[in-house]
Design a protein around this ligand. Sequence first.
Ligand code: SF4
Length: 367
Amino acid sequence: MKVAGRETRKRPARTAHDPVAQAAVASGLLAWYARAKRDLPWRRSADPYRVWVSEIMLQQTQVERVKDFFARFVARFPDVASLAAAREPEVLRLWEGLGYYRRARQLHAAAQQIVADHGGRFPRTAAELRMLPGIGRYTAGAIASIAFDEREPIVEANSRRVIARLVGHDGPLGSAADDEPIWEAAARLLPPRQPGRFNQALMDLGAMVCTPERPLCGTCPLAGQCVANRAGLVADIPRKAARRTVERRHETAVVATRRGRVLVVQRGAGEWWAGLWDFPRVPGRATRAAGGIAACARLGALRCGPPERLGTVVHTVTHHRITLDVVRCAAGRTEAAATDRRWVTPRQLAALALTSPARRIARLLLP
Ligand code: SF4
């Protein structure tokens, strides 16, 4: 492992690797967790199903945002069996607003696999859990340690930062290869008892004390063991990653109307939001040529009337920032039926699993 240290700076007396420091880290962290832990809805039981759903939702979504989604999801699907029995569109509809819908599909597929291969009983080990769709090293470790007390480390955004500072790792982080030293350190630091509490405590410490900017080292229970703190390297760890450039572009969404219905199209496999419904789009700004007629012609020569501008929706997907002009046009006739397009009433639109920009466009259509 690469351990930070500058010749002009005092070398730490010991690192968090040695057994004495390991025990001190565990006892300090667990004592802090007992009095300071976050009250999160999915922590009120060690039910592996609830741990699993919360962990999948928390991937790429903030804790505060997940709370309401989690409550709605487990109210509708309280266990693996109910989720496995659901139809995918309903699962996606409940996921709407969380984004990254692949997570919802894999959650659904994994529930079906648990029912089919394990008789509905949750696998208890990280190795078995990793055989399920959408469950990788982190999620398997989280479920196995929190729900089943298996001694499995976890590394996610918060614990990665805490461990990197704690052991003084100043190498790059983020890729599987770069994070490997952090996984190794996480495994070494894990106490033999209460590994689930320890893992949750690391995440809470990262969220509340060892924050990316201005960590509260003065009140940190690990200040005495922390290599970065002792060596004055807190601001340098983790190493800042180069920012990805945001790509900006314009598109036009077309709300084609006919007899009180609007046209929606289903996003195909390999597209953003695959499986969700969206309004047809064309590249470029709204013009009569690009926004109205061209878009509808692409969908089957609908012969739309002149487009009427409804508004603009700005949204972000991965590193793309898209300014979406929204136009409405009256369609003269419908095209041949297809499974990936539908004419729906406003009531049906409300019940459909829409992309988040399409949901915002739907709101523009309200009287
Ligand atoms: S002492 Fe500071 S840098 Fe070290 S773990 Fe605590 S908050 Fe993070």
